[in-house]
Design a protein around this ligand. Structure first.
Ligand code: GDP
Ligand code: GDP
Length: 435
């Protein structure tokens, strides 16, 4: 289970600068290969071999109707609920402010490891005036410069020391894990009820673990998988659930741990920014994806309504749009079983292994007809392809000049792989390597 580090603090103290520093290297790699919709407030980082998830809480609260103070309070409470480690950033150049004190008061109540991060200490001569921050009553204090990076190494050393190595025994080891996510009121609970019906009584809410999602073994019509209900999680939350940040935080973990991520969308509202964020999270974590357009019973239909709806969604979610899109009604149970079959199908697609001989037999002729464009008069020759022995589909193409293969050609290859083999709903990765 991934450790979650939350960055909190009032605006302008340097949270996003620090966040970007933490996720820099990986982000660059990711941006290269995918994502039109990029979540700028969530990312993966690593320090001394320990991987963790970082969330810049500040990024999620702007734009609600609450007062500023109210937003900051929610942000901090959510961080306390969800994170393993909290980094409270203050601004050394601005000095201690009333809002810092309020945040400090909220944080003093938590037992979670909390670090006071005094930022903008760009040179050593600033250090003597950091002492006023001790008034916040947070013992673990570090001075850093998010801009230059100074002090961040020592801070991270201490942060990763706080990580618990939670060894989680999964009683459903080996079964597909399907998580149901989506905006509040999209119909997640209704959908889950439609699936589970009376079996709801035997919901196995696993106690004694740090997991707070609700997991149920689904076993019907020969389909067996573990259903993770993120809607159920919010019931114990204490803050307003329509907050984007809230559902994103809740979704992150369940997405990171699933095999197939099922995004429920309210047909009467269509796809929105938050849905794209969730899809992006799933794609970045290489999870299977199924989109359910729910409440289809409420939509007035003409001949092409479904097709047009589907096309518009595919355009929005491009480039990764080879995903199943189903139109359902959780309320009337229309196509609910079809949805279940689709989860299983996507799970299978994600585990698909193509034999090397078959792969070469199909792909090499395609490459021969349309080779990568020559660069500076040099011809790129792809000789051989194999699927890597990874959990999710990854392919290595061996070539004389792999560094010259550009993004459009990668897309071309990916499209052909998708056309020839069924990888619907699954992100695939393609590498070019030196032969
Ligand atoms: P946020 O609102 O907390 O996310 O703050 P930002 O990361 O947007 O930073 C606010 C301003 O402080 C920007 O102009 C940054 O360039 C600046 N800043 C951030 N970190 C440092 C730092 O370590 N030193 C200095 N001098 N400026 C910084
Ligand atoms: P959640 O917040 O995503 O768990 O959403 P709920 O399952 O609580 O549903 C929100 C509201 O939408 C409830 O009033 C449901 O009765 C309604 N709803 C859910 N699915 C459907 C559907 O397929 N058709 C219609 N008409 N209403 C639905």
């Amino acid at each position: 289970m991934s450790n979650l580090v939350a960055i909190v603090g009032r605006p302008n103290v340097g949270k996003s600068t620090f966040f970007n520093r933490l996720i820099q290297k990986r982000q660059a790699i990711v941006d290269d290969t995918s994502g039109v919709t990029r979540d700028r407030h969530y990312g993966k980082s690593e320090w001394v071999g320990k991987e963790f998830t970082v969330i810049d809480t500040g990024g999620y609260v702007v734009g609600s109707d609450d007062t500023f103070e109210e937003e900051i309070r929610k942000q901090v409470e959510l961080a306390i609920d969800e994170a393993n480690v909290i980094l409270f950033v203050v601004d050394n150049q601005a000095g201690l402010t009333d809002m810092d004190k309020e945040v400090g008061n909220l944080l003093r109540r938590t037992k979670k490891p909390t670090f006071l991060v005094v930022n903008k200490v760009d040179t050593n001569k600033n250090i003597h005036d950091t002492y006023e921050f001790y008034n916040l009553g947070i013992e673990k204090m570090h001075t850093i410069s998010a801009m230059t990076g100074s002090g961040t190494g020592e801070l991270l050393d201490d942060v990763v020391d706080c990580f618990e190595d939670v060894v989680y025994e999964d009683p459903y080891e080996g079964l597909p894990r399907v998580t149901i996510v989506g905006r509040p009121n999209a119909g997640k609970s209704t959908f889950i009820n439609a699936l589970l019906g009376e079996e709801r009584n035997i919901v196995t809410d696993i106690a004694g673990t740090t997991r707070d999602s609700i997991e149920t073994l689904y076993n019907k019509f020969g389909q067996e998988f573990v259903l993770v209900d993120t809607a159920g999680m919010r019931k114990k939350g204490k803050v307003s659930e329509d907050l984007e940040f809230y559902s994103v935080m809740r979704s992150i973990r369940s997405i990171e741990e699933c095999d197939v991520c099922v995004l429920v969308i309210d047909a009467t509202r269509g796809i929105e920014a938050q849905d794209l964020n969730i899809l992006y999270l799933a794609e970045r974590n290489k999870k299977g994806v199924v989109i359910l357009i729910n409440k289809w019973d409420l939509v007035e239909k003409e001949t092409n309504t479904m097709k047009e709806f589907e096309d518009s969604i595919r355009r929005r979610i491009a480039p990764f749009n080879d995903v199943p899109i189903l139109f359902i009604s959780a309320l009337t149970k229309q196509r609910v079983h079809k949805a279940v079959e689709t989860f299983i199908q996507v799970f299978e697609n994600r585990s698909r292994r193509i034999r090397t001989s078959k792969l070469n037999e199909i792909m090499l002729p395609i490459i021969e007809i349309t080779p990568p464009p020559a660069i500076k008069g040099k011809y790129i020759k792809i000789k051989y392809v194999t699927q890597l022995p990874t959990k999710t589909p990854q392919f290595a193409f061996f070539a004389n000049l792999p560094q010259y293969v550009k993004e459009p050609y990668k897309r071309f290859i990916e499209n052909h792989l998708r056309r020839e083999f069924d990888f619907t709903g699954v992100p695939i990765e393609i590498y070019f390597r030196k032969k």
